[in-house]
Design a protein around this ligand. Structure first.
Ligand code: LRH
Ligand code: MN
Length: 432
């Protein structure tokens, strides 16, 4: 489904004068601080966030699932929905697939379909955390109940390795260039497993996959402290993740899922450490109150998101560069919201935090930090956080044919109603 671009332009018409006034005000204010608003707008346009295929339908918890209507049931429908998000926001140009949930019937046709919406395929996610009912991720017909790459049984590890190689093959045909490996592997009780043997099995398995990975591909390993295992997880934190990445190869990098950190973890410092080691893959953006809640980005801890982007802008505007482009991806699950509205809000929160970090006068900040002007440094970054940068983001969207306010346009154009009219209220489980 393609939206009529004129309808989006019409949505902006009512706000145009108000927008221009606000844009002039903030541009003048930034100009006084030596910040070029045109450069900020250009950077915002460049920040394209991948949409996760598994977040286009209603998510679930073990306590139930309350699906809305018009949800995508096929890979083709998911691609079409991401096309709508791109048209409305101008902030997403790729889709991150999860195998076996998104196995393409014909990869070349799927690639063409995505291209017709201006979309490409971002990182490919493998899945050895559940036994696919069709056996699509268990080529040897063995269960991942006691883990996959950490499993004491070599045949299970071999099966997990083969599944990841299969995922790479799908990715090559779709034009992706990275494999994301999140492992549920771990244990539920003391005495159940040997920490070191599990870690070494995972390390060895990642090395075997890495050897089969094309030279121009990257592997992203993703740490998580717990769930679905509740006593230990092999790749539990940034330390284990860094060890695994370094033990696997130069092009194995650490993916930071914001929800995969124990309460009060200083995630912006984790990001700084991983960047210092030149091993940052990128992000699974979301937000959380308690654990891996997969809530809308910036909905609980927007200041933390800003502080994380402060570390990222220091890296992006600095001289030291990693070989890879950082991967910007959302990983969320929507239990009570329209998935499309939730994703549009997440794109907005990411652009806001990025823009706020982009307007921090970095030279001044370095001076204040060097002179131990504690309050001065704090005030400087808080001033950026408290600056209304929304006119810059609106302008960035409009320049890409997007809506000033994508969520309002989504509702005004009755997109969900159109999807329900087209697809009905059938229930389709296409992910978590
Ligand atoms: C694990 C995780 C991982 C995905 C899954 C959908 O919690 O963050 O990135 O495979 O969610
Ligand atoms: Mn994730």
């Amino acid at each position: 489904m393609n939206l009529d671009r004129n309808q989006i332009t019409d949505c902006n018409k009512q706000l145009m004068n108000f927008h221009q006034q606000e844009l002039d005000i903030v541009s003048a204010k930034l100009d006084q601080q030596g910040i070029n608003s045109e450069e900020v707008i250009a950077d915002i346009i460049k920040l394209q966030v991948a949409t996760p295929s598994w977040a286009l339908g209603t998510g679930a918890t073990r306590f139930g699932r309350f699906p809305g209507g018009g949800e995508p049931a096929t890979l083709e429908e998911k691609i079409s929905d991401v096309g709508i998000l791109k048209q409305l926001s101008g902030q997403t140009s790729s889709i991150s697939l999860h195998i076996p949930w998104d196995i393409p019937d014909n990869a070349e046709e799927v690639k063409e379909l995505a291209a017709s919406y201006g979309l490409t395929f971002d990182s490919m996610n493998s899945n050895t955390f559940m036994n696919d009912p069709r056996g699509a991720n268990t080529p040897n017909g063995l269960s991942y109940k006691y883990g996959s790459m950490c499993n004491t049984q070599e045949a299970v590890r071999e099966q997990a390795i083969q599944h990841n190689i299969d995922v790479i093959e799908y990715g090559k045909r779709l034009g992706s260039d990275s494999l994301t490996v999140w492992l549920a592997d771990g244990s539920n009780y003391p005495g159940q497993a040997n920490f070191r043997k599990q870690f070494e099995n995972v390390q060895d398995s990642l090395q075997q996959i890495y050897k089969q990975m094309p030279e121009d591909w990257f592997m992203f390993t993703e740490h998580k402290p717990f769930e679905p295992n509740f006593y230990s997880t092999v790749n539990n934190d940034w330390g284990s993740n860094l060890l695994l990445a370094k033990g696997t190869g130069e092009r194995c990098l650490c993916l930071v899922d914001l929800g995969h950190h124990l309460p009060n973890t200083n995630i912006e410092q984790v990001v700084s450490r991983v960047i210092m080691e030149k091993r940052l893959a990128g992000f699974h953006f979301n937000d959380s109150k308690y654990s891996d809640d997969d809530l809308t980005v910036g909905s609980l801890k927007p200041y933390q998101l800003f502080l994380i982007f402060n570390e990222l802008v220091e890296y992006m505007k600095g001289d030291e560069k990693q070989d890879n482009e950082l991967a910007w991806m959302i990983d969320a699950s929507h239990n009570t919201k329209d998935p499309m509205e939730d994703l549009l809000q997440s794109f907005d929160a990411i652009a806001l935090a990025y823009a706020q970090a982009l307007i921090i006068p970095r030279t001044q900040l370095n001076e204040l930090q060097f002179n131990n002007d504690v309050a001065g440094g704090q005030e400087l970054i808080q001033n950026a956080y408290r600056t209304d940068v929304r006119p810059l983001i609106r302008e960035a969207r409009m320049r890409q044919g997007g809506a000033f306010d994508p969520l309002a346009a989504y509702r005004a154009l009755e997109v969900r109603k159109q999807l329900i009219d087209a697809r009905g209220t059938r229930v389709a489980v296409t992910g978590l």
